[in-house]
Structures are given as structure tokens and as C-alpha cells.
Design a protein around this ligand. Structure first.
Ligand code: NAP
Length: 297
């Protein structure tokens, strides 16, 4: 496994760790969907939510055991204590408190994986027993359909085997990149937040189609399938080294044709600057939240 390359899957039989998902909202839910579509059985997973209503809904949705903190104050500790891999999936401001809450319930050697933006390895390690393996991650929601991207930052006490275990779990539903912590804000700006950019583009393409007279369902399907196809094509060509995004874009543009006119409209309306500003804004917000939470301590 090397920095910033997708993990290769080893040929040895996959491990079957017990997994705890603490918090089961958009992100941990997407990770769970990907896990259950791969080699993970529902019996391997215990999850928690804050509210009882959410726990009932999620248990039905995923076919796993979900306990609510509202019903059982020990829910997080109990799920974490049985687990080999624990995904912390609450909002950033709740991560350190959640780590502290489960600290003395953890098995020695259990790997604590944070999915939170902005919460650094040292902040999590400080809340856990000395030597507890920690991995900071930045996943994205397309893990739910097997097409995610994940950045992993191994903590001070995470062994190569710990990283391999987590990379194998997540790598079944996406591309995993092991990175330095200094790279994670930038990765967040591209792939963590990035699905929202693609969805926003799809929204605007469909809206334009409606304004041109198409019915909304048709316009939405045209936009979605086009972004899906283009993404799949780009990944295939980049992996094969046969084309990059700019080359594939140029191949759609006939001289003085329709697409060339559209790309000029993007440029006239500042799309390159807008997209770069958006990625930068996400990355800088990640660093800003880190600073806010550090100074709140
Ligand atoms: N959404 C993304 O695309 C994305 C991408 C990358 C990383 N992340 C990171 O993922 C984390 C979660 O974000 P999200 O979008 O998934 O938020 P979310 O949808 O609001 O989910 C948060 C979950 O945490 C639960 N929760 C809150 N407090 C809890 C507690 N004390 N014990 C157990 N469960 C608790 C909530 O339960 P209730 O529903 O009952 O309140 C809910 O299930 C954040 O740290 C974020 O930075 C998100």
C-alpha cells in the first residue's frame, strides 16, 4: 500500500472483524451500506444513534442491531466494547466526547476510525487509552453504491495491519488512499465534499432542461446518467493512462459546435474560478473547524 494510490486487494482471506458504527447518519450509513454489500454480515455489526426513532428506522433499513443513546446511556460503550473496528460517525464537535465516552470500554488493539472532518489524530488519541490504534478517515457517500473514495491517515499507534484491515473493509466499496494528515483538508475539498458538487451540477443541468421545455423527470435522468457515464469513462481512461479529463472534454467539443459554445459559456461565467474557490473553501473550512475545536478545549 503506498501513499495516494488505491489499495490493491491481497489474496489472503479477508478478516471478519466485529464492527461498531457509533452514529448512523449520512456518512456512517453510506459506509455501512457499502460494507453490507461486500463481505460483511449484518451479525458483525452493531450500531448506535442518539434518538430512539432513528434507531428503529435504521435497524429496519439495514437489518442490523441499532441501540439509541436515548434508550440506553451505555449504548455506545456496549457496542464499542464488543468491536474490533469502531467507526465514530457523529458530527465533528461530538467526536472527542464520544471517544472519551467509550475509552475504557474498548478492547486493547481495537481500531478506532473517525470519519469526521477536521478532527485531528492527536485530538482523538488524547481521549483514548495510551496506545489505542486510531485511524482518521475522510470517506464520501458514494461508498453506499460501491463507488466511494476514502482518505486514511494512520495514527501514531495504528499498525500496518490495522490500516490494512480498515483499507480492506472500505476498499470493497471504493478507492482507498493512505495519505499524510497534512493532505486531508485538500482531500476533503475534492472527494469528501465533492459528491455535493456533482449533485449541484446535476441540479443545474436538469433545471436548465426544464427551462428548455423538458419534463423534470426526463431532465433529471439525462443529467444523472450523463454525470455517471462521464465519471465512469474518466476513471477508466485515467486508470488506463489513455486520456485525462481535459482530453475527454476536448473529444466532445466539435469545432464551432454545441459543446464548444457551452464551454465558452462556462468560462464566461467563471466556472473554473468558481470550482477552484469551492474546493479551497471546503479545505479551508476543514482547517478552520480544527482550529475552532482546539481553541474550545
Ligand atoms: N455527510 C457526508 O457526506 C460526510 C462525508 C465525510 C465525512 N463526514 C463526517 O461524518 C460525520 C457525520 O456526518 P453525517 O453527515 O453522517 O451526520 P448525520 O447524518 O447528522 O449523522 C450523525 C449521526 O450521529 C448520531 N449521533 C449523534 N450523537 C450521538 C451520540 N452521542 N451517540 C450515538 N449517536 C449519535 C445521530 O443520531 P440521531 O439521528 O438519532 O440524532 C446520527 O445518526 C461528521 O463528523 C462529518 O464530518 C460526512
Amino acid at each position: 500500500m503506498s501513499t495516494s494510490t488505491s489499495t490493491s486487494t491481497s489474496t489472503s482471506s479477508p478478516p471478519s472483524p466485529q464492527i461498531a458504527m457509533l452514529g448512523l447518519g449520512s456518512m456512517n450509513g453510506a459506509i455501512l451500506a457499502g460494507l453490507l454489500d461486500s463481505a460483511v454480515n449484518p451479525e458483525q455489526v452493531r450500531a448506535t444513534t442518539r434518538s430512539a426513532a432513528t434507531a428503529v428506522q435504521r435497524a429496519q433499513q439495514y437489518g442490523i442491531t441499532v441501540h439509541a443513546e436515548q434508550d440506553d446511556a451505555e449504548a455506545n460503550r456496549s457496542a464499542a466494547g464488543d468491536a474490533d473496528v469502531i467507526f465514530l460517525g457523529v458530527k465533528p464537535h461530538g467526536i472527542v466526547a464520544l471517544a472519551a465516552e467509550i475509552a475504557d470500554a474498548l478492547k486493547p488493539g481495537a481500531v478506532v476510525v473517525s470519519v469526521a472532518a477536521a478532527i485531528s489524530v492527536d485530538m482523538i488519541e488524547a481521549a483514548l487509552p495510551q496506545g489505542q490504534p486510531v485511524i482518521r478517515s475522510m470517506p464520501n457517500t458514494p461508498l453506499s453504491v460501491g463507488l466511494g473514495v476514502v482518505g486514511l491517515v494512520p495514527g501514531t499507534h495504528a499498525s500496518a495491519q490495522d490500516t490494512e484491515t480498515v483499507a480492506r473493509l472500505l476498499g470493497a466499496s471504493g478507492a482507498v488512499h493512505v495519505i499524510e494528515e497534512s493532505q486531508i483538508d485538500a482531500l476533503t475539498g475534492i472527494s469528501g465534499s465533492g459528491p455535493a458538487y456533482a449533485f449541484y451540477l446535476a441540479e443545474q443541468m436538469a433545471e436548465a432542461g426544464v427551462q428548455l421545455g423538458l419534463d423534470r423527470a426526463l431532465a433529471a435522468d439525462l443529467a444523472a446518467q450523463t454525470i455517471y457515464g462521464a465519471g465512469k469513462m474518466l476513471v477508466a481512461h485515467q486508470a488506463a493512462g489513455t486520456a485525462d479529463a481535459a482530453g475527454l472534454r476536448r473529444a466532445v467539443c466539435s469545432p464551432n459546435g454545441t459543446t464548444e459554445r457551452a464551454i465558452h459559456a462556462f468560462d464566461d461565467h467563471g466556472l473554473p474560478a468558481a470550482v477552484q474557490a469551492a474546493v479551497n473553501a471546503s479545505a479551508h473550512r476543514s482547517a478552520e473547524i480544527t482550529d475552532e475545536l482546539r481553541s474550545a478545549d
